[in-house]
Design a protein. Sequence first.
Length: 445
Amino acid sequence: MRIKGHTEIQLTDVRTGKVKTFHDDNMMTNGLAEFMKNHGMLCGTPFTDAVKNDLINTLLGGILLFDTALTENVNNTRLADGIKMTANACAGVTHTGDPTELGSYDSNESGWQNDEHTVYRHVFTWTTSQGNGRIASACLTSKPHGYIGEGNSTSGLKTTDNNITRETYGSVINIGSRARAYSEHMFMTLDSVAYYLKIDTSAQTITISKVHVADTECDLRDVSDLTTAQLEEVAVLNNPVGTANLVQFNACSCRVLPNSVVLAINANNAYKVLTLSPDLTAITDCVDVTPSATSLTFNSSDQMFLSADATKLILRNETAGKVYKIDLSNLANVSEITVKGSPTFLSHGREYLSEGKRHYASDYVYDETLNEIYPMNMPPFNFIHTGDLHKDDASMMVYMSGYNSSSGYGARNNDYLATINNLSSVVTKDSTQTMKVIYTLTFTA
């Protein structure tokens, strides 16, 4: 089965009634295939009841309009950094008010266009006060992601629906956590192996362990509840001499680089950024991010995560009420990150997803290239989560709690771009115009 997409954008001048129409064709990406990818015992079926009953509206029922053309490649399934979302909408939702990026779905004009069920049409609309700005690309996505969006950079405002989250249609699977029971904390899954760290505050050591998990391959010794899994010790690493003391685990951020693995963890009134050898058996570098070095006052509830290349530490500082970027090669080089609007910075609400240089935490997204933070249309994430774990790809999310041994789970990621439609000419909508986007899907053998 092949799917061809066609976009028609109508801009209507409300003063004169004149309509400008733009037509373009799209390409399909591997976004749907990634969403349906088998993740063994770490993730359940993609066909939850809601999806089974209406695949077109659940898996292709959202739209995102961007200010910049996207790279046309089937593997370009997530939004790249440096791009802003101008407008968004999703099937079944009528929206008025703030945020102004979010439009509405016209259910009367949408649906199957013939008895053979070979042509389906989505119709999305925006009023004169909505969706204003530059539009260079239109992409279909899942219904939840069409609602949540990629950050409201124009309005800086948000709305929420507790039934629409990153995990909607995600088939969440409880995989357990060893946090409270054994003080071991997963920080990475790689090639169907889960890696844990355990901190001994008395001996000032970090024990790295691993266990096989049934992700892309299965071992008959695998278990679905990782709380009871038998770990294999990889190495016991000593805290580098003369540096800040290790403290009870609170949160971590992990980045896997070509020749190293970088971990950011808590220390006594500081943060430790450790560079490990690829096999995790040695610490090759250590940076202690301290108040004296950064001229900042730290709190236990501060949020932190590493940049994509692990050269910067992003820190939400409770004392100052600001977000900073700290240069790990020169800790005195601290710069403030622009925050648009008032996203919710929950205590312990760490980064739950990182996709290249775009980072998602609580109800906001941080774009490294734009160096800005925008709110998204989703409820803030629960405070117990220690954050995103490194994974092989972005099609699945894995969470672990630093506080509750039962809170470990995997879920499918619904923020894929299913299509890419770069417009032949950039469209700019303003407050004198309404906008209608008609996205037609044609199914052929």
